[in-house]
Write a protein that binds this ligand. Sequence first.
Ligand code: ADE
Length: 228
Amino acid sequence: MKIAILGAMREEIEPILEHFGKYSEEKYARNSFYTTKYAGHDIVLAYSKIGKVASAMSATILFERYGADILLFTGVAGALDESLKIGDIIIASKCVQHDAELEAFGHPLGFIPESDHYTLTDPVLNSLAKKVAAELDLELLEGIIASGDQFIAGNEKKMWIKQQFAAAACEMEGASVGQVCAFYAKPFFLLRAISDTASGDAGVLFDEFLESSAKIGAQFLIKMIEKI
Ligand code: ADE
């Protein structure tokens, strides 16, 4: 099986590359794609750069150029659910684009015609994540993750996303990558470790906790790959 691992930022992927130690790098489309073997699997890794466009493009390349069979996303997110604290891990049951708005045509917020309103993640990979969490004695929340091309750093927008989409966390890539996976009918897994509150202090918290939270997500993903 060929496993694609995708993050948005260098910090989200670097701990995994460091853990693998040996890998090849190919530069393509202003990005780097890293290939290696780990736990009996062919692996291809990349960080896309921030946002829905770059992440959708990287996901497409991972399927079209590298022949990935499944895609695992890891990175950080802002907390919407009150129970989520910095460093906690959430997996997406499904994800939605909170900045998709075609209400003029009678569509609900987040809905894009001929796409899924909420993109489902893979139940088998989600079950595996819960098993890994239990083994590590880690609490794992499963919930809706909302994505958009906006860094959320204010209570008004935070509460709006939370209420409109029943979302537990917000970030900037999950739902676009999920859309690509759905179009290719490939299993999709979306993991985020909380880096900030998505409130007024989110920028400062993000800068402080990006690296440590990204590492928590990356380490969890490595454990998962060892069990696939
Ligand atoms: N990724 C991490 N924190 C975020 C936030 N507050 N808004 C959007 N994406 C994020």
